[in-house]
Write a protein that binds this ligand. Structure first.
Ligand SMILES: Cc1cc2nc3c(=O)[nH]c(=O)nc-3n(C[C@H](O)[C@H](O)[C@H](O)COP(=O)(O)O)c2cc1C
Length: 179
C-alpha cells in the first residue's frame, strides 16, 4: 500500500450505526482480534482485554448502559475493550493507569481499522455508565471498560464526516509559537 492508498483507506472509514442482519463470523472475529494484538503497548505489556458480546439480552443491557444508543443493541457483535490496570501497574505503578487506558484505546483503534480493511462497519461508543457495564459483564475491579466497538455489515453513508483543518491541531515547538 502506498501513501495515497493509505490516506484513502483512512479517509473512507467512518462510523456506521445501521447494520444488516448478517452475522460476523468467528473467523472474522479472530482476524480482528489478531490485528488488535499487533498494536503497540507500554512496555509491551498489552494491558488491555476485550469482552465480545453477541447475546441479544446482554447487548440490550449494554445499550441501556450506553444511554439507550440503538447501535449497541442492533450490531451483531460488540467488543467491549477494557484497560487491565493490574497488568500495567505491576510494572509502572500509578503511571500504569494511564498506560492501560492508552493500551486499550490503541487496541480498539486497531480493531476498528482492521474491521474497515475487511468491509466490516463499526461505531466506537464511549458514552456509557462504567459501573453498569462492569456489572453486566462481571468485570473484576481492576478491569475498566474504556470503549465499546459495535461491528456489523452494512452500507457506508454517502457523506463522510468533516474534520478541522490540521492547523487547528498543530503547534510548532511550543503552544504559543504565534504569540
Ligand atoms: C472516544 C470516542 C467516543 C465516541 N463515542 C461515541 C458514542 O458514544 N456514540 C456514537 O454514536 N459515536 C461515538 N463516537 C464516534 C464519533 O461520533 C465519530 O467518530 C465522529 O463523529 C467522527 O465520525 P466518523 O467516525 O464517521 O469519522 C465516539 C468516538 C470516539 C473516538
Amino acid at each position: 500500500m502506498d501513501s495515497s492508498e493509505f490516506h484513502g483507506f483512512l479517509n473512507t472509514r467512518c462510523s456506521v450505526r445501521d447494520y444488516s442482519k448478517e452475522e460476523i463470523g468467528d473467523d472474522e472475529i479472530a482476524y480482528l482480534l489478531d490485528c488488535a494484538t499487533t498494536a503497540p503497548s507500554a512496555g509491551n505489556l498489552e494491558a488491555w482485554d476485550v469482552v465480545l458480546v453477541r447475546d441479544s439480552g446482554r447487548k440490550e443491557a449494554l445499550s441501556d448502559a450506553a444511554l439507550g444508543q440503538p447501535q449497541v443493541m442492533n450490531a451483531p457483535a460488540v467488543f467491549v475493550v477494557c484497560a487491565n490496570y493490574v497488568r500495567s501497574m505491576s510494572r509502572y505503578g500509578e503511571r500504569g493507569i494511564l498506560y492501560a487506558v492508552q493500551d486499550a484505546t490503541i487496541a480498539c483503534t486497531y480493531l476498528m481499522l482492521a474491521a474497515h480493511a475487511v468491509q466490516i462497519r463499526s461505531c466506537w461508543v464511549g458514552a456509557f455508565d462504567e459501573e453498569e457495564v462492569k456489572e453486566i459483564l462481571s468485570l473484576p475491579p481492576h478491569i475498566r471498560p474504556v470503549a465499546m466497538l459495535c461491528v456489523g455489515k452494512g452500507r457506508l453513508p454517502s457523506n463522510l464526516t468533516e474534520r478541522m483543518p490540521v492547523s487547528e491541531h498543530f503547534h510548532t515547538e511550543e503552544w504559543y509559537h504565534d504569540a
